[in-house]
Design a binder for this molecule. Structure first.
Ligand SMILES: [Zn+2]
Ligand SMILES: [Zn+2]
Length: 132
């Protein structure tokens, strides 16, 4: 599997319905999973959701071990995509970020923080989801 990062794109402008992307924020067209993404105020993001538009994207660019000079591992990649996908789905369902570092709605600031998360909601987020 190859996954060169290529051009870094701005998430908000590239998500469906996000409007035209300012030229300095990246090229035109929708974000693709292998695009390296960033958002205003962030050097990079693993993914982004726009609940109001029902749209979300997960970038695989920084989820690969080789991006960090580590030994490639397909299981690690699939695990991270599942966590980030669940995280963005949580946003689409109305959940915000969570301070519980082991919970799926925690916003990791590094690959190691992402790897320490589990694919589960914390008790408080699960209750918020059930309560609507
Ligand atoms: Zn998030
Ligand atoms: Zn939580």
């Amino acid at each position: 599997m190859t996954c060169s990062a290529g051009v870094q794109r701005a998430c908000p402008a590239d998500l469906p319905g996000g409007g035209a992307a300012p030229a300095q924020l990246g090229g035109p067209g929708p974000a693709r999973p292998a695009d390296d993404l960033y958002a205003p105020g962030e050097e990079y993001v693993f993914g982004l959701a726009r609940p109001g538009r029902g749209a979300a994207v997960v970038s695989t660019a920084r989820l690969h071990n080789h991006f960090y000079g580590r030994i490639p591992c397909e299981d690690d990649l699939v695990d991270r995509i599942a966590k980030e996908g669940a995280h963005e789905l949580g946003h689409l369902l109305g959940l915000d970020h969570c301070d519980e570092t082991s919970a799926v709605m925690y916003a990791p600031r590094s690959l190691d923080e992402l790897d320490r998360k589990r694919k589960m909601l914390c008790t408080a987020c699960a209750a918020r989801l059930v309560a609507g």
